[in-house]
Structures are given as C-alpha cells and as structure tokens.
Write a protein that binds this ligand. Structure first.
Ligand code: NAI
Ligand code: 3IO
Length: 353
C-alpha cells in the first residue's frame, strides 16, 4: 500500500501509529478532517489479518466519520482508531497505554466504545485521558439512538422508494441483533413489520424470536430472503460481488459501518438493480449525535431533533441522486463535502472580519 498516495487521495490530515513493548500495543489513530471541529470516532479492537487491513479500516472508518458529522450537522471532524489485538488479549494496562496516546493528541481526537470494547475497557482508557465520551449512563448509551435513526431512515427510504408512509405488513431482514439490531427490531415490530433475523449468537436469536415474533434464519440465508428491506447491523463489507446478486430487497437501510465492500463498484451495482441504498454514515449518525450532545451537556430535546433530521437528510440525498443520476453514496459525499468547504470559508471569513 502506498501510504501517502492513499491518504492524499482520501484526504486525511494525520495518522498516528502507536506502539509500545510493555504492554505490547499496536494501534492506529486516523484523523481525517478537523475543519468542522475535533475529530470524533470510537475505538475498535480487532485481530486484523494484516497490518494493511488495519490501516485500511482506520482510514475508511475515519473518513466515514467526517461525512457522518457533516451530514448530521454536528460540528465535529472525523477520526477513528483501531487497536490490533485479539479480544482475549485485552487488559487494563493495554487500554491505559492506548489512553496515553489519545491524551497526547490533546483533544484533536475524541473517542469511545466501538466493536469489541466494553464500558469497562473505556473506563480503563479514561484513567489516562479525558478525551473519551459515551460512558455516561444519562443518555442510555449511543445504541438506542442509533437504532431510532435507522428506523427513521427506513421510513425515509420507504417514502422515497414507494411514495408511501405505510410500514404495516412490510418484511424486513435484520443482520445482527446486538445493541443496535435488537433496539431496531423493537421499533419495527411496534409498527407492524414482519421480522426475519440472523445472528451468530443463538441466545440473541431466541430473545428476539420471543419478544417480537421474528423468524430466525441462518447467517448465509439473510441476503436472499424475499423481503422488502435488508438492514445490515453487524459487519462491514457485506454488500459485495457475492451478495448483491442474491438480494431481493428493494431497500438497504442498516447501522453497520462500511457496508459497501467497494464504494464505487458496489454502489453502482445497487443503483443498477434499482435498490434504494441508505448511505451508512448518514443513517447511522444517531450514535455520534448522542455522544456529541453528551459532551456539550445533554439536552434530550436537541438530540432527539438532530436524530429526526436524519429523515430529511436522506430524502434530500435521494433527491440529489435522482436528479444527477448518481449513486446515493456519491450524493451524500457531495452534501458532506459542500458543508465542509462552506465551514472552512466561514472560518476564513471570521478570521478576516
Ligand atoms: N452502537 C452504535 O451506536 C453504533 C453502531 N454502529 C455500527 O453498527 C453495527 C452494530 O453495532 P452494535 O449493535 O453496537 O454492535 P454489537 O457488537 O452489539 O452487535 C453486533 C451483532 O452482530 C452479530 N454478528 C457478528 N457477526 C455476524 C454475522 N456474520 N452474521 C450475523 N450476525 C453477526 C454479533 O453476534 C452481534 O450480536 C456495527 O457495525 C457498528 O460499527 C454504527 C454507528 C453507531
Ligand atoms: O458512528 C460511529 O462509528 C462512532 O464512532 C460513534 C461513536 C460512538 N461512541 C463514540 C465516542 C466518541 C466518538 C464517536 C462515537
């Protein structure tokens, strides 16, 4: 991988390679853009197959955070960190060492809990740095708000795709019943939607089957179901050459980050199939909205309003995509980039005034 060529093309400001021998730590903090504010992004821990895979994940996730904040009108920039490790290697010392690196950035990067981190791990990070958010119990954590945002995104997609407000009787396939997926199932069930669900954890499947009368399917079956909507709420990269030809759903609307294995190629494939794709970083902004509000002093009404704006933003993105005959992913990128450029101009004008 040609590192500087890649970051020049993707537009990153700074990448920090964090290393230590005792404790043994390998982490990458990617700061994509800070025009709108400090770079925000939760930290994920993962046993990446290669260092290149870890770098790529950090680069793409951090850029996604820039677009996410811009599309949600949150005055924050985009960043993301990955710790290369197996979940069974987690220790308090590891997270404290990582926290030291975050502290060294002095607020340019603000982080929290992502894949494979628990609230306890985040408390370890917090022993070394105050630049951690999303640990307060006040707002109930980011997942319920993320799920609400995804539900509103589904409503927007239904409106745009079928010119309908009617959810009753629709069939939705949900991949992953974690913190977001389960909360999403509750909203969908309450609106009379028929659920088809999958997870690799049998306990979670049983719970959702009992609570919401969901039909349980094998992880491999989830793509080819005869449903109206597919909601990926587990892993990234699930929209690819193997899965897209299998899809019967007309709408894709879920919480997972980096759903398109390749943004251009697979974004186009979905458009050609006539599928309405809700760009992941637009529909899953609820978590960021929640932690940002927690950071500035939680105001439930304000956070609620910002999450509800996801509906209007998606309607605007679908409109831009149709008018310009581009993918919804490119339309949302355009919206985000315009907001970032305008913010920079405003900043320059303020300095000049
Ligand atoms: N929690 C939040 O506020 C936000 C979450 N996201 C993203 O949404 C996704 C879900 O987040 P959470 O619910 O918080 O995570 P989680 O870790 O609580 O849930 C993920 C679920 O997916 C399941 N899973 C893993 N591999 C699977 C497979 N191959 N097939 C089916 N299920 C599988 C897991 O068993 C788990 O139940 C993640 O990609 C996360 O990055 C994005 C924005 C905010
Ligand atoms: O939407 C994402 O991918 C996030 O990282 C959102 C998020 C959850 N918890 C956080 C803590 C600090 C910064 C962002 C987040």
């Amino acid at each position: 991988m040609l590192l500087f060529e890649t970051v020049r093309e993707m537009g990153h400001e700074q990448i920090l390679f964090c290393h230590g021998k005792n404790p043994d730590i390998k982490a990458i903090i990617a700061i994509h853009n800070t025009n709108l504010g400090p770079a925000m992004g939760a930290t994920r821990l993962f046993p990446y197959a290669s260092e290149e895979a870890a770098v790529k994940d950090a680069l793409r996730l951090s850029r996604g955070m820039t677009y996410k904040a811009a599309c949600a009108n949150i005055p924050a920039g985009g960043g993301k960190a990955v710790i290369i490790a197996n979940p069974d290697q987690k220790t308090d010392e590891l997270f404290r060492a990582y926290g030291g690196f975050v502290e060294g950035l002095n607020g340019r990067f603000i982080t929290g809990q992502d894949v494979n981190l628990t609230p306890e791990d985040v408390r370890s990070i917090r022993k070394e740095t105050k630049y951690v958010v999303g640990v307060s119990e006040k707002s109930g954590g980011p997942a319920p708000i993320t799920a609400l945002g995804v539900f509103l995104g589904i409503k927007a997609a239904v409106k745009s795709h079928w010119q309908s407000q009617e959810l009753q009787g629709l069939k939705v396939a949900v991949q992953g019943l974690g913190n977001v997926g389960k909360n999403l199932c509750r909203h969908l069930h309450e609106h009379g939607i028929k659920l088809y669900v999958t997870d690799v954890d049998p306990g979670k499947l049983e719970e959702v089957k009992q609570l919401f009368g969901a039909t349980v399917v094998n992880p491999k079956e989830i793509y080819s179901l005869d449903v109206d909507i597919f909601s990926p709420c587990a892993l990234g990269g699930i929209l690819n050459h193997e899965t897209i030809p299998l899809l019967k759903a007309q709408i894709i609307a879920g919480a997972a980050n980096n759903q398109l294995a390749d943004e251009q190629i697979h974004g186009q494939m979905l458009t050609q199939k006539g599928i309405t794709y809700c760009p992941d970083y637009v529909i899953n902004a609820g978590g960021l909205i929640n932690v940002y509000n927690e950071m500035i002093g939680y105001n439930e009404a304000k956070a609620f309003q910002q999450v509800h704006n996801i509906y209007d933003t998606l309607i605007e993105i679908f409109k831009i995509a149709k008018q310009q005959n581009i993918t919804t992913n490119d339309a949302s990128k355009q919206l985000a980039e315009n907001r970032i450029i305008n913010a920079k101009k405003t900043k320059i004008n303020e300095i000049a005034a």
